[in-house]
Design a protein around this ligand. Structure first.
Ligand code: NAP
Ligand code: MG
Length: 492
C-alpha cells in the first residue's frame, strides 16, 4: 500500500507497519528488592517496610523498594553531614570535579542499561530514554564537573562557599535526568546531598547510586532515600538540611516553600506549567506541525514545559487542525520497549485516571475534540494523543496542567492578542514562537512572561542554559551558572 493510501484509510493503517524492534530488557538485572543508599552502602529501611515499583506498560510488578521513614532520613542526613565536614568541603574543587567527570563517563558507558530501566519503570518510549534522558543526564554531570574548580569565577570579585547538606526531591517524568539536574550542581558547589526520587520511578536513581560506588565517590556525599510523600516531608523538616531543591507540582511546591520559610531554609522550586506554543501564519507550517507534536506529545505530554496550549493565527487554524489530525494518526502508541514507539505508557494508574477525568470534564464544556484513531494495547496505562479547540481562556483545558497527551487550541488575530492569551495563565515556564520574521519573534519573546522561550523549535535543552519559571512555575533556575548559584553562599 502506498503511504498516501495508508493515510487516507485512517485508523491504525495510517501508520507504516514495522516489524517489532524490541530493546532487550535482559540488559538490566532487576533485584527482588531495592534498598536505600546511605553512606555509600545499600541498606534496608529501619522497619523493613517496602513499596512496589510497577511497569506502567503492563501494570505488573517490577520489583520492590524500601520505604524511608524519619529514622532513615536522619541516618542519611547524618551521613551527608559527616561526609561534608570530613571530606567533601575540604577537597579541592579540581578533585571534586574528577568524581563528576567519572560519573558522567560511567553513565555514558552504562547508557543502554539506564535507558532500558528508565523505560521499564516510567513507561516512556525507549527512543526517548535512549536519545534524550540518559545522554542529557550524563551531559549535566559533564558540564558541572567543569565548574567545580572555577567557583571563584561564578560571581566576579566575590568569594563563594558551599551550603552544607541539601535535600532534593524530584518527580517521575524524567527520573534520572531530574536526579542529574539536582545532584551535579550541588556536588560541584561542594555540598553533600540526600535525594528522594518519586515513588513510581525510584529505580534509575538507585542505579545512579551504583554509579557513585563505581566512581568511588566518598561515602555519604550522595544519599538516596526512597518512599512516598512522607519521606519527602521528613527531608523538608530535617533541621540539619540547609536547602531544599524541589521539582514537582505547584501544589506541593507551595507547601514546601511555606515550611522552608518558617524554618529559615533556602529553597528552589521547579513547578508546573501551561506553556503556549504560538504559530503565526508566516511560519513554516509543516515544521510548526512537528514542533506542536513534539511540544505536547513528547513523553506522553508529561512534561513541565509541554507546549500544552496551542495559539494559532486565525487565518491558518483550519490548515493546522487538518494537518495535525493527519500527523497524530501516524504516531505509534504501544510498548515503550519497541524502538518504533512514539507514545508510551502514562506513568501510573493515578496519573492515567487524572488525565481521563480532566479530558471528560474538558469535553463537557464543548468545542471540537479529536483524538488519534490508533489502537491501544490491551493492558497498561495508555492514552491516545488528542486535542480540543475551545476559544475561551476560561475553559478548563486552557487553564489546568493536564500532564498528559492533551493539547488545547485557541486562535488569535493580532500579535498583541497572542501575547495577552499566552500570558493569561498563573504559570510561566516556557513558550514557543513559530514565524519566519526574526523581529516579530524578538518582539513576542520580550513580551512573554516565561522562563524559557523557543523560536521555531521546541523542547531543546542544554546543560549550560538556565531553565525555570515565572509566577507559579517556580522560584530559581536550574542549569548553567544560574543553576549553580543557589547551591552557594556569596561572601563580599
Ligand atoms: P508532586 O506530586 O509534587 O511530587 C514531586 C515529588 O515530591 C515526589 O517525589 C513526591 O513524592 C514528593 N512529595 C509529594 N508530596 C510531598 C510533600 N508534602 N512533601 C515533600 N515531598 C512531597 O509532583 P509529580 O506529580 O510527581 O510531578 C509532576 C509535576 O512536576 C508537574 O506539575 C510538573 O509540571 C512538575 N515538573 C516541573 C519541572 C520543572 O522543571 N519546572 C520538571 C518536571 C516536573 P511521591 O512520588 O511519593 O508522591
Ligand atoms: Mg514504576
Amino acid at each position: 500500500m502506498t503511504r498516501k493510501k495508508m493515510i487516507k484509510k485512517g485508523s491504525s493503517s495510517s501508520t507504516f507497519t514495522y516489524a517489532p524492534a524490541l530493546e532487550s530488557s535482559a540488559l538490566v538485572k532487576l533485584k527482588k528488592g531495592h534498598q536505600l543508599f546511605i553512606n555509600g552502602r545499600f541498606v534496608p529501611a529501619a522497619d523493613h517496610t517496602t513499596m512496589n515499583s510497577i511497569n506502567p506498560a503492563t501494570g505488573k510488578l517490577l520489583t520492590k523498594f524500601s520505604v524511608a521513614k524519619k529514622r532513615d532520613a536522619d541516618k542519611a542526613v547524618q551521613a551527608a553531614t559527616k561526609a561534608y565536614h570530613n571530606v567533601w568541603s575540604k577537597m579541592p574543587g579540581i578533585e571534586r570535579g574528577k568524581y563528576l567527570f567519572r560519573i558522567s563517563r560511567i553513565l555514558q558507558i552504562r547508557a543502554k542499561e539506564f535507558a532500558v530501566l528508565e523505560s521499564l519503570d516510567s513507561g516512556k518510549p525507549i527512543k526517548e530514554s535512549r536519545d534524550f534522558d540518559i545522554p542529557l543526564a550524563a551531559a549535566h554531570f559533564f558540564y558541572y564537573a567543569g565548574w567545580a574548580d572555577k567557583l571563584n569565577y561564578c560571581v566576579p570579585g566575590q568569594q563563594v562557599s558551599s551550603l552544607g547538606v541539601v535535600g532534593q526531591i524530584i518527580p517521575w517524568n524524567f527520573p534520572l535526568l531530574m536526579a542529574a539536574w539536582k545532584i551535579a550542581p550541588a556536588l560541584a558547589a561542594g555540598n553533600c546531598v540526600v535525594l528522594k526520587p518519586a515513588e513510581t520511578t525510584p529505580l534509575t536513581a538507585l542505579l545512579l547510586a551504583e554509579v557513585c560506588q563505581e566512581a568511588e565517590l566518598p561515602p555519604g556525599v550522595v544519599n538516596i532515600i526512597t518512599g512516598p510523600a512522607t519521606t519527602g516531608q521528613a527531608l523538608v523538616n530535617h533541621p540539619a538540611i540547609k536547602k531544599i531543591a524541589f521539582t514537582g507540582s505547584t501544589e506541593v511546591g507551595k507547601l514546601i516553600a511555606k515550611t522552608c520559610a518558617e524554618q529559615g531554609k533556602l529553597v528552589t522550586l521547579e513547578l508546573g506549567g501551561k506553556s503556549a506554543n504560538i504559530v503565526f501564519e508566516d511560519a513554516a507550517i509543516d515544521q510548526a506541525i512537528e514542533g506542536i507534536v513534539n511540544g505536547i506529545y513528547f513523553n506522553q505530554g508529561q512534561v513541565c514545559c509541554a507546549g500544552s496550549r496551542l495559539l494559532v493565527e486565525e487565518s491558518i487554524q483550519e490548515t493546522i487542525i487538518k494537518k495535525l489530525k493527519r500527523r497524530i494518526n501516524t504516531l505509534r502508541i504501544g510498548d515503550p520497549m519497541d524502538k518504533n514507539t512514539d507514545i508510551g505508557a502514562i506513568n501510573s494508574a493515578e496519573q492515567f485516571q487524572k488525565i481521563k477525568k480532566l479530558v471528560k470534564a474538558g469535553k463537557a464544556e464543548g468545542g471540537y475534540f479529536y483524538e488519534s484513531t490508533s489502537p491501544l494495547p490491551s493492558v497498561g496505562f495508555f492514552h491516545r494523543p488528542c486535542f480540543i479547540s475551545q476559544q475561551s481562556s476560561a475553559n478548563l483545558l486552557n487553564r489546568v496542567e493536564v500532564f498528559g497527551p492533551v493539547l488545547s487550541i485557541q486562535s488569535f488575530r493580532t500579535p498583541d492578542e497572542a501575547i495577552a492569551k499566552a500570558n493569561d495563565t498563573p504559570y510561566g515556564l516556557a513558550a514557543g514562537i513559530w514565524s519566519d520574521k526574526g523581529s516579530k519573534i524578538q518582539h513576542i519573546a520580550q513580551a512573554l512572561k516565561a522562563g524559557v522561550i523557543w523560536a521555531n523549535t521546541y523542547n531543546k535543552f542544554d546543560p549550560a542554559a538556565p531553565f525555570g519559571g515565572y509566577k507559579e512555575s517556580g522560584i530559581g533556575r536550574e542549569g548553567g551558572l544560574h543553576g549553580l548559584l543557589p547551591y552557594l553562599e556569596i561572601k563580599s
